[in-house]
Design a binder for this molecule. Structure first.
Ligand code: PLP
Length: 394
């Protein structure tokens, strides 16, 4: 095959291939429910669809309880305020901005812990070094939906009396040892943003088996109101609306099939790329049922011949738009850069991963033929590495 970058034009794909596409329900099933909204006139405030979706997700995931919220970020923020956390929270720099922002928005100091070089999740061997008298919680992320070492985190948290709130935003449907990943830690947040495997346009959920915590979340998401005349705490408007829940109810049945399709493509990528030098894949620990939210490659320039950004340029010329999740590290944002645990030399693994990671297109309706072509391009770019570098460095 001939690369567009070398020929100067003519991408292999006429229309852009993005990193993800949402699962859409049948329009009829969605419209049926919208008709009911028009009949009842109930648009929001824990209407029938949101109550139904909370029950359905609780059962679907096999968790104790689920509270829906307007998005995952507000959900996470309310989790911290529901537990009245303060002081310092240990988290990962290799994540989406929301994880760290909710800590700072609660007037808490984020303390960054380096990540594991195989799974890209928080490095459990380093957490205890970061615990001080001010630490109140650990906020790990299940990176790309792949579970953290939940057992080790549990032991550390118990030993030091810390809360564990998981950012499980990309981990909907993921299981560890046959149980939903939402059953670990004190609470977990799932995101239902349009880019996530299960979406409600925007939306999110907190799941927990702590009844008092869940009760507080439900009060906090509604301004702290408990009755017509009583506002008991510093709440916010975190409510999900009925049209979002109608969409979610019509979509949930499709998720198992979506995961199966993604699994096929994920394995295709892995098999198609594994023999190339310098490409590394996220390691999946034992006993995990994945949801295949993302497929990432980590590129070693010395071995592959091109670095992450150079390969990205090659792919873009072909109308393929991979994404650098997560780059830059949160610890490099101007607002967090000055913190004591933000220096790149104490976060060597995260600093390396963020520079070399790339997520390739992966979604259920992506055709296997397209994946084959993407694989072929990545092979061709390796073969043509010297020519490509010549053109890029001109
Ligand atoms: C998507 C995502 C979020 C944000 O969720 P929203 O629903 O968009 O607010 C937070 N953390 C991680 C790791 C995510 O992937």
């Amino acid at each position: 095959m001939k690369l567009a970058l070398l020929l100067g034009g003519k991408p292999v794909f006429k229309s852009p291939i993005y990193v993800t596409k949402p699962v859409l329900p049948s329009m009829e099933q969605f419209v049926e429910r919208i008709k009911l909204i028009f009949k009842t006139g109930i648009l929001t405030n824990s209407g029938p669809f949101s109550v139904e979706l909370e029950k359905t997700i609780t059962k679907y995931l096999g968790v104790s309880d689920c509270a829906l919220l307007c998005n995952g970020t507000i959900a996470l923020q309310l989790a911290l305020s529901s537990y009245r956390l303060s002081g310092e929270i240990i988290t990962t720099p290799f994540t989406f901005p929301a994880t760290v922002h909710v800590i700072a928005l609660n007037q808490i100091t984020p303390v960054f812990c380096d990540i594991d070089s195989d799974t890209y999740n928080i490095d459990v061997r380093q957490i205890e070094n970061l615990i001080t008298t001010k630490t109140t919680a650990i906020l790990p992320v299940h990176v790309y939906g792949v579970p953290c070492d939940v057992e080790a985190i549990d032991i550390i948290a118990k030993r030091h009396g810390l809360r564990v709130i998981y950012d499980a935003a990309p981990a909907f449907g993921v299981q560890y040892k046959g149980r939903s990943i939402g059953n670990f830690g004190d609470a977990s947040m799932f995101s239902f943003h349009g880019t996530k495997i299960f979406s409600t346009f925007e939306g999110g959920a907190l799941v927990s088996s702590d009844d008092y915590f869940m009760q507080r979340v439900r009060i906090l998401r509604n301004f702290g109101i408990i009755s017509e005349t009583e506002v008991i705490s510093l709440g916010i408007n975190g409510k999900i609306n009925e049209i979002q829940c109608a969409f979610g109810l019509a979509t949930l049945d499709l998720i198992k099939d979506e995961i199966a399709k993604r699994k096929y493509l994920y394995n295709k990528y892995t098999n198609g790329l594994k023999n190339l030098p310098g490409l590394y894949f996220q390691k999946i620990p034992k006993d995990i049922e994945q949801n295949y939210q993302y497929f990432s490659i980590r590129i070693n320039k010395e071995e592959y011949g091109l670095n992450r950004d150079e390969l990205t340029l090659v792919l873009r010329e072909e109308n393929i738009f991979p994404r650098k999740y997560y780059y830059p590290l949160c610890s490099q944002y101007p607002i967090y850069k000055g913190l004591p645990f933000s220096k790149p030399d104490i976060l060597p693994v995260a600093t390396n991963v963020t520079e070399n990671i790339l997520c390739l297109p992966l979604y259920g309706i992506l055709s296997p033929e397209i994946v084959d072509i993407i694989i072929e391009i990545i092979h061709q770019a390796h073969k043509d590495r010297d020519k490509i570098l010549k053109i890029l460095n001109k």
